[in-house]
Design a binder for this molecule. Structure first.
Ligand code: COA
Length: 699
């Protein structure tokens, strides 16, 4: 095995290189070796200064997250950073790729930071439910000021080198070879005999208002609703300002440890690894060939089609957008131009980049224009007949080997594929609305979809900055199939005495990005109604089933786009509508459902328990590969609180026995004529065996 950390001497500079692929994480062996090599360099009379750099694609990307479940073993990264800072010879960090978390904290311990022009630095620990725990919150305020330190560590943002230089988070950008430049800097520092230790730079806290930290905490709590780590960053920086050095470091470690053992951090780590694991598909590996994709066609120029096109234009693909109506194409061009204009106005996009992206878009009324496309995504009306007709046409015009994808959100992909003579080339790509923003992409594998088509789509997803999760074919795939029970209960709660505001607020307070009634209004009351219509044959004969949604549809209350749905929409956004509340009361009376007071706990349990049980059934049915795939779908596509890790992890956190017991309680309380409260067999089995979803692997 190659050495994890090696040292050589260049002139009178000791160069310590960390080489722990793929991302130079910092497990015990690596941090011990850095410390040992530093000690040897310091003791070497032939060495006047030291450079710390990394081999491979990146500088150290942080602590080894896999070690987080155990108590840290000395030397922890903070010890190493402290020893570097105290070194009697100047130490320079040479940064390429990303210096993240513990990696950047090591750089903060160094006396000088030099980076390549494309490097990025950051303290992304909050994304794992943590704060920087290796002196980051203590050193950074000395270097860049208190406010900037809080902003950097609470956002977890990766900061590009030029910006990092401007704010003082690095000291120099290397124009030529990084190592040479770092060695030159080390020689300069050694010659100047002045060591600038980060902790010795005075913090300018005198100008801060008396209530500064309380105000920061309040702002951050509001911005990161429900998350524990972000406000804890303020606590740690406050300690850096108000406590003696050693006490500040101790306080930071204490906060960091408390967070590390919290449910939130475990949930966020589960998602970190989950978002990478979803890309691992049994039977598909590096050896699976990818089909070349250089050009993309999109059929259907509605909101979804335009949003899908934007993803590909952003990633540099030429896109041909097809529709049967010229006015639809004109509208789509307009929609796309507006998306880009907003980005330019906000400074997120340079005007010449915008022009280049728009120039890659072609619109056409003629399917023949797709003859040369490598990938075609159909984003037409959600109707089997319409989709089959389009796929027949694509089959006739597209070149052999082109991937034909459908953006269906519910329909049977195998029936769509059967309309062609090449079902192996047909795949599902379910984008989420707004398609250019939402991170999730469900890639749907039909019975005959070719392995290389799946591998290609999983790869393309990365290129368009999506998190792709593979789903099998069933009504609604992973996400929408589960959504059905969630929406059913949210609407049943209305009939039992809740208002839409009460249901939505309870779930938002619990952490959902939006409440279910507001979501239906946003997506379109008609869209969920038509989805139900398409599946009525399989639905329970329950007269209360999504009844309020059906009634709103009949009354033309189609949601936000109609100015009214579950809520009424005006200049001030959504407001409660007494008309809807009266409608709910009338319908409840008609069905003989007596209103009662329902607490937030019941609202949350009634909506979340069905998700867990349906998720279990989805696993048994082979629709999702792993429980974490379901969690990723819900967190990336449905606004499920990341700090709860997704519905399946929620089940594990609650304990599956508890889930089964709670479902039993609602079966007794509400009746179970339609089987809503019968736990999925897998859920029952795991609960009986004292296991969780995390223990489950596909038999
Ligand atoms: N500890 C352990 N494993 C890590 C890791 C870490 N800090 N960072 C990345 N990895 C692993 C990933 O799980 C992945 O493993 P896999 O190939 O088995 O799936 C592999 O390294 C490559 O990571 P990936 O994210 O796929 O590579 P990338 O080039 O897209 O991104 C980074 C690289 C460094 C930007 C990204 O991995 C990252 O953000 N890492 C976390 C950094 C962090 O939060 N550090 C602070 C920790 S407190």
């Amino acid at each position: 095995m190659a050495e994890l950390v090696r040292r050589e001497t260049r002139g009178r500079v000791g160069v310590i290189t960390v080489d722990n692929p793929p991302v130079n994480a910092l497990p015990l062996a690596v941090r011990t070796a850095i410390r040992d090599q530093l000690r040897l360099a310091v003791a070497d009379p032939g060495v006047d200064a030291v450079v710390i750099c990394a081999a491979g694609r990146t500088f150290m990307a942080g602590a080894d997250i896999r070690e987080f479940n155990a108590r840290p073993v000395d030397p922890v990264i903070g010890d190493v950073a402290g020893e570097i800072e105290a070194a009697p010879k100047p130490v320079v960090a040479a940064i390429h790729g990303t210096a993240l978390g513990g990696g950047y904290e090591i750089a903060l311990g160094c006396h000088y930071r030099i980076a390549t022009p494309t490097a990025k630095i950051g303290l992304p620990e909050v994304n794992l439910g943590l704060i920087p725990g290796a002196g980051g919150t203590q050193r950074l305020p000395h270097l860049i000021g208190v406010k900037a330190a809080i902003a950097m560590a609470s956002s977890g943002r990766h900061i590009p080198a030029p910006e990092a230089l401007a704010m003082g988070a690095i000291d120099e950008i290397a124009t030529g070879d990084l190592r040479d430049a770092a060695i030159a800097a080390a020689e300069r520092l050694a010659a100047g005999k002045a060591i600038r230790r980060t902790m010795d730079i005075p913090i300018d806290a005198a100008a801060l208002p008396a209530d500064f930290f309380d105000a920061e905490r309040a702002t951050i709590r509001k911005r990161y609703r429900g998350f524990a780590a972000q406000p804890a960053v303020v606590d740690a920086v406050e300690a850096a300002v108000k406590l003696p050095r050693a006490a500040g470091i101790a306080r930071e470690r204490e906060i960091s440890w408390d967070l590390k053992t919290s449910v939130q951090s475990k949930a966020l780590r589960h998602l970190f690894f989950g978002e990478r694991e979803v890309g691992h598909i049994p039977g598909i590996g590096r050896e699976t060939p990818l089909r070349p994709v250089a050009s993309v066609g999109v059929v259907g120029a509605g909101t979804m089609g335009a949003g899908i096109a934007v993803n590909f234009l952003n990633a540099g693909f030429p896109v041909t957008l097809i529709d049967t109506k010229p006015e639809a194409l004109a509208r789509a061009r307009d929609t796309i131009a507006k998306i880009y204009a907003r980005d330019v106005a906000k400074g997120r996009l340079a005007p010449d980049t915008e022009q280049a992206r728009c120039a890659r878009l072609t619109t056409s009324l003629d399917m023949e224009s797709l003859a040369a496309a490598d990938l075609v995504i159909e984003a037409a009306f959600e109707d089997m007949g319409v989709k089959q007709e389009i796929f027949r046409a694509l089959d006739a015009v597209c070149k052999p080997g082109a991937i034909l994808a459908s953006n269906t959100s519910t329909l049977d992909l195998d029936r769509i594929a059967a309309a062609t003579n090449r079902p192996a080339d047909v795949i599902g790509t379910h984008f989420f609305s707004p398609a250019h923003i939402m991170k999730l992409l469900e890639v749907v594998r039909g019975a005959k979809t070719a392995t290389d088509a799946i591998a290609t789509l999983m790869n393309i997803a990365k290129r368009i900055d999506k998190i792709a999760v593979l789903s099998g074919v069933c009504f609604g795939f992973i996400g929408n199939r589960m959504f059905e029970g969630y929406i059913r209960e949210s609407q049943r709660l209305l009939l039992e005495g809740c208002t839409p505001t009460q249901v939505d607020q309870a779930l938002v307070d619990w952490g959902m990005a939006m409440g279910p009634c507001a979501v239906v209004d946003l997506a379109g009351v008609d869209v969920s109604y038509l989805t139900r219509e398409a599946n009525r044959a399989h639905m329970p004969a329950d007269p209360s089933y999504c009844l309020i949604g059906d009634r709103l549809y009949e009354q033309g209350r189609l949601g936000q786009k109609a100015g009214k749905g579950f809520y009424r929409y005006g200049p001030d956004g959504a407001v409660r509508d007494p008309e809807v509340e009266a409608l709910i009361r009338d319908e409840a009376k008609r069905l003989g459902i007596a209103p009662r007071d329902i607490g937030n706990d019941e609202i949350v349990a009634r909506c979340i328990l069905p998700l867990i049980s349906e998720g279990a059934q989805i696993l048994s049915d082979g629709i999702a590969l792993r429980s974490v795939d379901i969690d990723v779908v819900w967190c990336a596509g449905y606004g499920f609180p990341r700090y709860r890790g997704g519905p399946m992890l929620c089940g594990d956190t609650l304990g599956l026995t508890q889930v089964v017991d709670d479902m039993g309680k609602y079966a007794r309380q509400l009746g179970n004529d339609f089987g809503y409260w019968t736990p999925a067999p897998l859920l029952r089995e795991l609960a009986a065996a004292g296991k969780g979803f995390k223990d489950w692997t596909r038999p």
